[in-house]
Design a protein around this ligand. Structure first.
Ligand code: IPE
Ligand code: IPE
Ligand code: MG
Length: 258
């Protein structure tokens, strides 16, 4: 045992080494509980390869599977993925049409694997604007996985943070009118949102450095990482690198360094 090291410290350092060997993360790394990703760059990824934008979305869906599994393996509790914004309806009809079909293609291919890995699927946003068939496959995946206890994989779809806040304010106002609520705390108000948790780490792929109407409330004190990697190229090691970088940040929440 190195001089000056207690038995406890030795045990800690041995278990850190073990953690590092099994997770692929450097020793002593803390995995964030709640992570969010703006999965950007599918279109540019495809264009660079002379492919239609939809080919980028198809490859991007495979990345959702890869990253979901890795986040689950590392012990992330909740991963919120921005899949379709309230602004994305502005895109050409054929692209929107393909994006509406993508949940069906994704769950047909991967639901069994999500089940085998104990991953629970949820969604954030308003499903009502999607075709019935899209709504159905998403609701079915949510039901099928609802008893799973591993990672919560939350797909933000027809999601916009301003819309989320507006709906929350409306629901709150209704509760006040009905005498059920008055003077809520921030924590209580967050329960009116699609996503009640605070995000520890936000990643945006593909070089853009903006929030694009994602989780405006929940990102108040998140650490932000912008990576040039396009979403279809983002892989397990990219995720581990982001988590390692997150560990180098000092979160102060408005206080001073301890
Ligand atoms: C993200 O990739 C996927 C969605 C927004 C649906 P993009 O389609 O935005 O790809 P770029 O930004 O045009 O490259
Ligand atoms: C944000 O990406 C939305 C999703 C990833 C679903 P966009 O590509 O739509 O964002 P902007 O237009 O570059 O801000
Ligand atoms: Mg984009």
């Amino acid at each position: 045992m190195p001089a000056g090291q207690t038995m406890q410290e030795r045990t800690d350092s041995m278990s850190e080494q073990k953690q590092s060997q099994t997770t692929g993360l450097p020793a002593g790394i803390q995995v964030p509980d709640t992570m969010a990703i703006i999965m950007d760059g599918n279109g540019r990824w495809a264009k660079k390869r002379g492919l239609p934008r939809t080919a980028g979305h198809k490859k991007g869906a495979d990345t959702i599977h890869t990253i979901g599994l890795e986040a689950n393996r590392l012990g992330v509790k909740k991963l919120i993925l921005y899949a379709f914004s309230t602004e994305n309806w502005k895109r050409p009809e054929d692209e929107v049409g393909y994006l509406c079909k993508l949940p069906g293609l994704f769950f047909d291919r991967y639901i069994r694997d999500l089940m085998n890995n104990n991953i629970r699927v949820t969604f954030a946003g308003e499903l009502g604007r999607f075709p019935d068939s899209t709504q159905k496959v998403i609701r079915r995946a949510v039901e099928q996985t609802e008893d799973n206890t591993g990672l919560e994989l939350c797909i933000a779809i027809n999601y916009g943070a301003r819309r989320e806040l507006l709906l929350a304010a409306q629901k709150y106002a209704e509760d006040v009118r009905n005498g059920r609520e008055n003077n809520v705390t921030e924590e209580e108000f967050s329960k009116y949102l699609f996503v009640p948790e605070e995000v520890d780490l936000l990643i945006r792929t593909s070089g853009e450095e903006r929030i694009s109407n994602f989780l405006l409330w929940q990102l108040a004190y998140s650490e932000l990482i912008f990576t040039p990697t396009a979403w279809p190229d983002f892989d397990e090691s990219s995720l581990r690198e982001c988590i390692t970088e997150y560990n180098h940040r000092e979160r102060r929440f408005g206080g001073v360094k301890a």
